[in-house]
Write a protein that binds this ligand. Structure first.
Ligand SMILES: [Zn+2]
Length: 465
């Protein structure tokens, strides 16, 4: 079994070498991996399909069949021993580059090296927690994705948004308190956050994001709890400005994800053509109706509904943030009941900004909350097929991974596959959950119950043989 850790310098140079070796690699015989004796969760169903085999050829799922399915003579066979085979997980909203501890600290005291090193460690952590795809919701351009795709570092597929786009004083404003309007910032120079105060600014920065490898745009329409200048209730950006972001996205055949808290913000975004509502804490059945009409998705960090929110250091230690978070918690109480009453297409979101060990805990807790607030089946669909549909909204031109579906076990889909020791529809803890947030123990590098991690046909973990 060829297991790829970090590619050695020699292997890399072969991959990167000129025409001859590349053509040689193309001519190589198709590589097959045959998973036998597995029960399949396909990304949708509330029951497992028992006693199946899955044949992977190169980076795609070729055939799904019974235990009589065979591959080529030299296919690598992995006996699943009755374990669950399911799609790799999809994170709908992460910030791989942002290490915290606060927005002002990242503006004032960081260089590109700090961000890059953090991004490398976060990417590795995500992959080993079972995530084969991550949509980055602001801060990452194409460099991280490139390093992962060419095998230089370990990580999931990445859908970057480039710089957050937001108004002066809004949730994407990282500038120092006395910094004049329009002055160059650290985050702006790195194209991680851009201040946009007009339709023209939005055109400029939106197009620049796509130029720098974004697969979709991120627009900051509401405020937040841990940012410096913005009430969470903020309605930032006129209808015209949000439509300008949608227009730029449409030029590229892609879409806008909008950071929206209040119902007014959500409705404005949807009416402007935004396809992905981020957080959407004041979601209700009227929002659900408009979302369905518009074919929109929502991703929500469920930790926002946890009393533990008020205990995280970035909130607890800053009086203004604590006050904002307390009022937000009170305003968000109807989200879960509304989502149960009027369910919509909802993808997974962790939204961690912080050190890798803390984010690892938060991911495990966010997994847990998805099954606890809802149920294991809902959590699994959220983590797989819905996330796959969401990232595919980046369209034919900007989708960095256009050759197959993500988040499903289907013939022709990408071979992003987990083997799980147990049935997660019955016991969701086998997905590597934690019922504690920041006060929980450090998480393992990879959950023991996730026995195989395959991304793009390459195996990154296999404890079976
Ligand atoms: Zn976010």
């Amino acid at each position: 079994m060829k297991m790829r850790g970090f590619l050695s310098g020699a292997a890399l140079s072969v991959l990167m070498a000129g025409g001859a070796s590349f053509a040689q690699a193309q001519d190589e015989k198709a590589q097959q991996v045959l998973f036998t004796n597995v029960n399949i969760f396909d990304g949708f169903s509330d029951t497992l399909v028992m006693n199946q085999s899955v044949l992977v050829e190169n980076n795609l799922i070729k055939t799904i069949g019974g235990n009589d399915l065979t591959g080529s003579a030299d296919a690598v066979v992995i006996d699943g021993g009755g374990q669950t085979l399911m799609p790799g997980l999809i994170e709908g909203h992460a910030h791989l580059m942002l290490m915290g501890p606060s927005l002002p600290a990242m503006e004032a005291n960081t260089t590109w090296e700090d961000f890059a090193i953090h991004g490398v460690k976060m990417s590795e952590m995500y992959l080993m927690q079972g995530f084969t795809t991550v949509r980055d919701a602001g801060g990452a351009n194409a460099g991280l994705q490139r390093a992962i795709n060419n095998g230089t570092i370990l990580g999931p597929r990445v859908y970057p948004s480039g710089a957050f786009i937001g108004s002066r004083g809004g949730h994407a404003d990282f500038a120092n308190f006395t910094s004049p309007v329009g002055q160059s910032t650290n985050m702006g120079r790195l194209n991680m956050a851009q201040e946009a105060d007009s339709v023209a600014d939005i055109h400029k920065f939106g197009r620049n994001n796509f130029r720098m490898g974004a697969s979709q745009l991120k627009f900051m329409q509401s405020g937040g709890a841990v940012s410096a200048f913005d009430p969470w209730q903020l309605l930032a950006g006129s209808q015209e400005e949000i439509e300008a972001a949608v227009q730029v996205a449409n030029e590229y055949g892609s879409y806008v994800m909008a950071h929206s808290y209040r119902k007014e913000a959500i409705m404005t975004a949807l009416n402007a053509g935004v396809k992905s509502i981020e957080h959407g804490f004041m979601f209700d059945c009227e929002v659900a109706d408009l979302m369905k009409e518009k074919g929109a998705y929502i991703t929500t960090n469920l930790t926002a509904f946890d009393p533990g929110l008020l205990e995280i250091p970035a909130v607890k230690n800053v009086a203004a943030s604590l006050r904002k978070a307390t009022s937000a918690s009170a305003a968000f109480v109807n989200y879960i009941p509304n989502m149960k009453k009027c369910p919509v297409k909802r993808a997974f979101q962790t939204d961690c900004v912080g050190d890798v060990a803390s984010c690892n805990k938060q991911i495990a807790y966010e997994k847990y909350l998805n099954a606890d607030f809802f149920d294991p089946h809902t959590a699994l669909v959220t983590l797989t097929s819905t996330g796959g549909e969401l990232v595919a909204l980046s369209g034919d031109f900007m989708n960095p991974y256009p050759d197959g579906k993500l988040g499903v076990i289907q013939e022709g889909a990408y071979a992003d596959i987990l083997l799980i020791d147990g049935n997660p529809l019955e016991d969701f803890s086998v997905m590597g959950t934690s019922d504690k947030w920041f006060d929980g123990p450090l998480r393992p590098e990879s959950p023991e119950t996730i026995t195989v991690i395959m991304k793009d046909g390459v195996i990154y973990k296999n404890t079976l043989n």
